[in-house]
Write a protein that binds this ligand. Sequence first.
Ligand code: 0PR
Length: 385
Amino acid sequence: MREEGLALQPKGLSRKAVLAELKKIRDQDQDYDEGRILCSMCTKPHPLAEKAYQMFFESNLGDQGLFPGSAQLEREVIDQLATLLHGEKAVGFIVSGGTEANLMALLAARNMAKVNQPEVVLPQSAHFSFTKICNLLNLKPVYAGLDSSFRVDASEVEKCISKNTVAIVGTAGTAELGVIDPIEKLSEVALRHNVFLHVDAAFGGLVIPFLANAKPNFDFNLKGVKSITVDPHKMGMVAIPAGGILFKDDKMLDCIKTETPYLTDKVQYTFVGTRTGASAASAWAVFKALGMEGFQKVVGSCMKTTKLLADGIEKAGFKLVVEPTLNIVAFRSENTRGLAEKLRERGWFVSYVPRYDCIRIVVMPHVKRKHAVAFLEDLREIEKL
Ligand code: 0PR
């Protein structure tokens, strides 16, 4: 992992030399505009995201008394997310990503429950961030099985609940297949057992509200939902890092606060201490620039490309794992892993998902119709060989 012999040079380089070296190294990185990245839930940030990020790149939300303007932007972004997700009294934070957001939710649930051997009921399809979180918070994960459409089975979840359960989790837009768990049913289970329900809508939270057709209920509309992860740095087209955590009301915040007596604000809630205000500014700018209509257009166009891809993939003789609900296509062939390798040789970045033996394509805004058409051509050619 370590580069041999690297050390600070005795003398600094000129600005020009530094930038030239950086440029050379940056050329190794993939560029979203090429349309070759079909495996990422992040995307090219909206042009205003970049501008806003630059304007606020010195700001630190870990010491808000110094940056009240940035703090206002964070509050306003959270308010807009809360309204979108029907959380009248919801409060929250812009954090480093879905992992930190999920961590904060389960920390709150664990601390509120006060049991000795805490457990959390997770769908088998839960994102791998929960494995890290269980490790950190000393939570025992109890996995509930999926139904035939790869959504968690709510009756299985109910069976997994014990006196030690501090939370159940549902996903609105799973990372691997983009399916939405039956959150309505999970909410009923949560209310029946008086247990905390966290919804991981890191991906789907900024897709589902903008779908043209029937939108499944997954947010604070449902009484049992206590917290939601929703990440602006995924479908929100905001610069990384911008995750979002919302809690149903401010009562839950008390059990995750840490005192910071010598700072300009006396408590912190987020796991990360020093955190950039540029993320909040970037989200604020994109939300203002797009509005409901802009997001509907972005999502509408991704869904159209998703349909084009799904239809083309089926016509080429491959099998979809599920009919796409969101902008994710998952399919397989007789030798899926081999197919993924061949696609990679042709310059396509797709994910091979061992759990379902499938290829996953995430149709983000940088994946345009022309890229989908070129991908399908390559797929058909590979199939013919
Ligand atoms: N929950 C869900 C449902 C997610 O999809 C993700 C990330 C997380 C939580 C964790 O979010 P952070 O990664 O922001 O902490 N899902 C993406 C994935 O696993 C993360 C990603 C994004 C990975 C872009 C690679 C990449 O190029 O696919």
